[in-house]
Design a protein around this ligand. Structure first.
Ligand SMILES: Cc1cc2nc3c(=O)[nH]c(=O)nc-3n(C[C@H](O)[C@H](O)[C@H](O)COP(=O)(O)OP(=O)(O)OC[C@H]3O[C@@H](n4cnc5c(N)ncnc54)[C@H](O)[C@@H]3O)c2cc1C
Ligand SMILES: *[C@@H]1O[C@H](CO)[C@@H](O)[C@H](O)[C@H]1NC(C)=O
Ligand SMILES: *[C@@H]1O[C@H](CO)[C@@H](O)[C@H](O)[C@H]1NC(C)=O
Ligand SMILES: *[C@@H]1O[C@H](CO)[C@@H](O)[C@H](O)[C@H]1NC(C)=O
Ligand SMILES: *[C@@H]1O[C@H](CO)[C@@H](O)[C@H](O)[C@H]1NC(C)=O
Ligand SMILES: *[C@@H]1O[C@H](CO)[C@@H](O)[C@H](O)[C@H]1NC(C)=O
Ligand SMILES: *[C@@H]1O[C@H](CO)[C@@H](O)[C@H](O)[C@H]1NC(C)=O
Ligand SMILES: *[C@@H]1O[C@H](CO)[C@@H](O)[C@H](O)[C@H]1NC(C)=O
Ligand SMILES: *[C@@H]1O[C@H](CO)[C@@H](O)[C@H](O)[C@H]1NC(C)=O
Length: 470
C-alpha cells in the first residue's frame, strides 16, 4: 500500500491545508482518503491545466472486462505533468498506469483503488514540420485527430483504422493500418520518441541516443515508458490523392467457403487492406468483407476487388471517400463500455473449413441473449513494406481478432481453431491483440529473452507492469 510511504505527518498536514488552496484541482469535499491526499499533494506540482477525477466515468474504456479501476485519475495537460506524476508515484510507491484511447483489452491490467491513472487525453496535438514530411504526435492523441490533422495538412500518416483508438497506443505495439502496404507498420515510421522512463527521467530516444531502448519501445512501448510525444514520418500527398475507395460486401452463409477462398487468394496490392468478418445484422448472423484501396478517385479499387465481387455479394456498397472519412466505416467498433473479452491470433493463411467451423460456433454463440454485438474478424494487410519487422514474430499476411460480450470458452475455442490452421509453425499473436493467458513466447516470440534483459536495465523494479508485463 502506498500509505506506507505517506507518513502520518504528511497526511495530517494535508488535512490541515484543507481544500481551498487546491480548489482548482479538486472539489471542496473533505479529504479523508488516499486518492484525495494524492490529489492535494500532487496537484500543486502540476501545470495549471491539469486536473483530477475520482472516477473514470467521464472516459469509459472500450471494454469494462477486467478493466483498470483506479481511485484517482490525473488529467495531465503538459508533457512535464507526466514526468512530475511518475516522479511523485515513485517517491510515494504508488502504482500508476497511462491511459490513452482506453482500447487495450489485455487481461493483465491490475490497477485498483490504490492506483493512479494518468489520463493522457489532454496531450492531443499533432504538429508538422514545414514541408509536412514529419509530424509530432502527442501521447494522448486519438487516431481521429491524427488523421484529421494529416488530411488538413495535405499528408498521410500511418495510423490504425479505428478513429477511437489511441494513435500511439496502437503504434507502440506495432501499428497496423490501411496504409501499411504503402508505408509499413507505424513503428517503422517512428523517428524519435520523448519518453518518461521508470526512473523518472524524460529522455528523447532515437536510434543514435539509446539504440536498445529505441528497439524495445517500438513494439513493447508500454513496458518501457510513457511516450509523451513521438515524431513520425508523414507523407505529403495532393488532396485529390488523399482518399481511398472503400467497399463493403455482405454474403450469405452458404458462400463462406467461396468468400474465404477469395479473400485468402486475393492479390493484396500495397494500396489495399481487407477485412473479413462475422457479425449480427438485424438479428441475423452475416458474413461481411470490407476493404479499401488508397489513392485518387479514378484508382483501381474496383478492379483490385474483382475476385471478391465475383463471389456474388447480396449487398454491395462502394464509394471513394476523402481519407479523413474512410475510418468512419469502422465507427461501430468504437462503442465504449460493456464486457468485451477479446482474443487474437496471427495467421498466415485462411482455411475455408476452419471458417466454416468458426461460423457454426458463432451462430450458436450469438443465439445467447446479450451477445449480438460480437464479431469475429480477420484483418489482411500487404506486408512487403516492413523490412524491419523481422523484430516481430508476426511477419504474417494476416492478423486477427474478435470481440464478444461473454463466454470466454467460446473465445478460447475459436482461438484454438485459428492456431490449428494458422499456416505457421508456432502459435503467435500481435501484442495489441493478445489476451494475457498466452505463454509469453506467443506474444514476444524470439525477442522475449532480449526484451527481458532490457527490462531489467530500464525498469528493474517493474513500474510498467500492466500490459503483458515482461
Ligand atoms: C475497436 C478497436 C480497433 C482497433 N484497431 C486497430 C488497428 O487498426 N491497428 C492496430 O494496430 N491496433 C488496433 N487495435 C488494437 C489497439 O492497438 C490496442 O488495443 C491498443 O492497446 C489500444 O491503445 P489505446 O491507447 O487505445 O488503449 P489504452 O488502453 O489507453 O493503452 C493500451 C496500453 O498502451 C499503453 N499506452 C497507451 N499510450 C501510451 C503512450 N503514449 N506511451 C506509453 N504507453 C502507452 C497504456 O498504458 C496501456 O498499457 C484496435 C482495438 C480496438 C478495440
Ligand atoms: C510498495 O507497495 C507495494 C504494494 O503496492 C508493497 O508490496 C511494497 O512493500 C511497497 N514498498 C515500499 C518501499 O513501501
Ligand atoms: C475519496 O475522497 C474523494 C473526495 O472526498 C471522494 O470524491 C472519493 O469518492 C473518495 N474515494 C473513495 C474510494 O472513497
Ligand atoms: C481525460 O482527459 C480529458 C481531457 O483532459 C477529459 O476530457 C476527460 O474527462 C478525462 N477523463 C477522466 C476520466 O477524467
Ligand atoms: C484536444 O482536446 C480538446 C479538449 O477535449 C479539444 O477541445 C480539442 O479539439 C482536441 N484537439 C484535437 C486536435 O483533437
Ligand atoms: C535514469 O536513467 C538514465 C539512463 O540510465 C540516467 O541517465 C538518469 O540519470 C537516471 N535518472 C535518475 C533520476 O536516476
Ligand atoms: C468519384 O468519382 C465518381 C465517378 O466519377 C463520382 O460519381 C463521385 O462523385 C466521385 N466522388 C467524390 C467524393 O468526388
Ligand atoms: C435478455 O436479457 C435482458 C437483460 O439482460 C432481459 O431484459 C431480456 O428479457 C432477455 N431476453 C430474453 C429473450 O431472455
Ligand atoms: C497452440 O495453442 C494450443 C491451444 O490453443 C495448444 O494446444 C498447442 O499446443 C499450441 N501449439 C504450440 C506449437 O505451442
Amino acid at each position: 500500500m502506498f500509505f506506507n510511504n505517506l507518513t502520518i505527518l504528511q497526511l495530517g498536514l494535508l488535512l490541515l491545508q484543507g481544500s481551498t488552496t487546491f480548489a482548482k484541482h479538486i472539489s471542496s469535499q473533505t479529504c479523508n482518503n488516499c486518492s484525495c491526499v494524492i490529489a492535494e499533494t500532487l496537484g500543486p506540482k502540476l501545470s495549471a491545466g491539469a486536473s483530477f477525477a475520482y472516477s473514470t466515468v467521464a472516459a469509459p474504456r472500450w471494454s469494462e472486462f477486467d478493466a483498470p479501476d483506479p481511485g484517482l485519475v490525473v488529467n495531465v495537460a503538459t508533457e512535464s505533468d507526466v514526468l512530475i506524476t511518475v516522479q511523485y508515484c515513485n517517491e510515494n510507491n504508488i502504482t500508476f498506469l497511462a491511459q490513452n484511447g482506453g482500447h487495450g483489452w489485455g487481461q493483465t491490467f491490475h490497477l485498483g483503488l490504490e492506483g493512479l491513472l494518468i489520463n493522457l487525453s489532454g496531450l492531443n496535438s499533432t504538429t508538422f514540420n514545414a514541408d509536412k514530411t514529419e509530424a509530432t504526435i502527442q501521447g494522448g492523441a486519438l487516431v481521429r485527430s491524427v488523421v484529421d490533422a494529416a488530411y488538413s495538412n495535405g499528408a498521410q500518416i500511418p495510423t490504425g483504422n479505428c478513429n477511437c483508438v489511441g494513435a500511439l497506443g496502437a503504434i507502440l505495439g506495432g501499428g497496423f493500418g490501411r496504409l501499411m502496404g504503402l508505408y509499413g507498420l507505424g513503428v517503422d515510421n517512428l523517428l524519435s520518441l520523448n519518453v518518461v522512463t521508470a526512473n523518472g527521467s524524460q529522455l528523447t530516444v532515437t536510434p543514435e541516443t539509446e539504440a536498445e531502448l529505441w528497439w524495445a519501445l517500438r513494439g513493447t512501448g508500454p513496458n518501457f515508458g510513457i511516450v509523451t510525444s513521438a515524431t513520425i514520418t508523414s507523407y505529403p500527398v495532393t488532396t485529390a490523392e488523399n482518399g481511398a475507395w472503400a467497399a463493403s460486401f455482405i454474403f450469405t452463409e452458404d458462400q463462406i467457403e467461396d468468400v474465404v477462398e477469395a479473400v485468402g487468394a486475393l492479390d493484396l496490392l500495397p494500396e489495399m487492406a481487407v477485412f473479413l468478418y462475422y457479425a449480427v445484422s438485424d438479428g441475423t448472423p452475416v458474413v461481411l468483407v470490407s476493404g479499401s484501396y488508397a489513392g485518387a478517385n479514378n484508382s483501381d479499387g474496383p478492379n483490385a476487388f474483382a475476385s471478391i465481387t465475383a463471389v456474388g455479394p447480396v449487398v454491395e456498397q462502394a464509394a471513394w471517400e476523402p481519407f479523413n472519412e474512410v475510418n468512419a466505416g469502422g465507427d461501430s467498433f468504437c462503442a465504449k463500455g460493456g464486457y468485451k473479452p477479446a482474443y487474437g491470433a496471427g495467421l498466415a493463411e485462411l482455411v475455408p473449413a476452419t471458417w466454416r467451423s468458426i461460423w457454426n460456433e458463432f451462430v450458436d454463440f450469438v443465439a445467447i441473449n446479450g451477445t449480438s454485438a460480437s464479431t469475429v474478424m480477420v484483418d489482411c494487410y500487404p506486408m512487403e513494406k516492413d523490412p524491419d519487422s523481422t523484430r516481430f514474430l508476426f511477419v504474417l499476411s494476416l492478423e486477427i481478432y474478435y470481440q464478444l460480450q461473454c463466454c470466454i470458452s467460446f473465445g478460447k475455442s475459436v482461438r484454438s481453431l485459428w492456431y490449428e490452421t494458422s499456416g505457421i509453425a508456432t502459435n503467435a499473436t500481435y501484442i495489441n491483440y493478445a489476451v494475457g493467458d498466452e505463454p509469453y513466447s506467443v506474444v514476444y516470440g524470439d525477442n522475449l529473452a532480449t526484451l527481458e534483459s532490457l527490462k531489467s536495465v530500464w525498469d528493474p523494479s517493474r513500474k510498467f507492469d500492466q500490459f503483458f508485463p515482461l
